[in-house]
Design a protein around this ligand. Structure first.
Ligand SMILES: CC(C)(COP(=O)(O)OP(=O)(O)OC[C@H]1O[C@@H](n2cnc3c(N)ncnc32)[C@H](O)[C@@H]1OP(=O)(O)O)[C@@H](O)C(=O)NCCC(=O)NCCS
Length: 171
């Protein structure tokens, strides 16, 4: 199992995973056009990679590096490391976002993707990272705590977005 930069060689399994994410209407994947990326997957991969250089960013987004969790040569999940903090990330999003494709959940990949992601974050020069999850998100809470998350100070948030916040030291 490895966490690696996006690569066209994982096209088939990524496209299969995309169908699963679309079926559950996962936000990150909503704007990805299945036909478009199927026709030019390398352009899609290059676009993702360019975001770590601050190019092709969505409105209000900052540069971030996306990695793919690969096992048995197939796409399993995605992890995103944001290079800096914004007001929104400090309160809601944190430094790292991740997901595991629906058909591969509950077998330990969630824990592994974050564990490997922390090594990448260290490699990017971050000294500590902020992780967040919804208060009732049992799986994510378990994963973050198992990876050494220390509860961070509560911050005022918009009504309805109750988040747990944790720091993980990388030193
Ligand atoms: C959160 C997510 C990454 C977990 O992935 P996963 O591969 O199922 O995680 P794991 O198999 O490593 O499970 C971690 C722990 O959570 C538990 N768990 C997993 N899914 C669960 C669920 N739906 N309800 C309760 N517990 C759950 C597992 O049993 C395991 O517990 P353990 O450490 O006591 O054994 C996955 O559900 C996902 O991609 N969700 C959508 C995106 C998301 O919420 N990302 C997190 C953003 S903060």
């Amino acid at each position: 199992m490895k966490l690696t930069l996006p690569d066209s060689k994982y096209k088939d399994s990524y496209l299969n995973a995309l169908k699963e994410y679309k079926d559950e209407d996962r936000e990150h994947y909503r704007s990805i056009n299945q036909n478009e990326i199927e026709n030019d997957f390398s352009a899609f991969v290059e676009k993702i990679k360019s975001r770590s250089r601050g190019e092709n960013l969505f409105k209000g987004y900052i540069s971030a590096t996306e990695y793919w969790l690969i096992d048995n040569n197939a796409f399993i999940g995605r992890l995103d490391i944001r290079h800096e903090m914004t007001e929104f990330l400090r309160k809601v999003g944190g430094h790292i976002g991740y997901d595991v494709r629906p058909s591969k959940r509950k077998t330990g990949y969630g824990y592994n993707i974050l564990k490997l992601g922390l090594e990448k974050a260290k490699g990017l020069g971050l000294k500590k990272v902020l992780l967040t999850c919804d208060k009732d998100h049992i799986a994510s809470k378990k994963i973050i705590e198992k990876c050494g998350g220390i509860p961070a100070k509560k911050v005022s948030q918009d009504p309805g977005v109750e988040k747990l916040r944790y720091w993980i030291s990388l030193e």
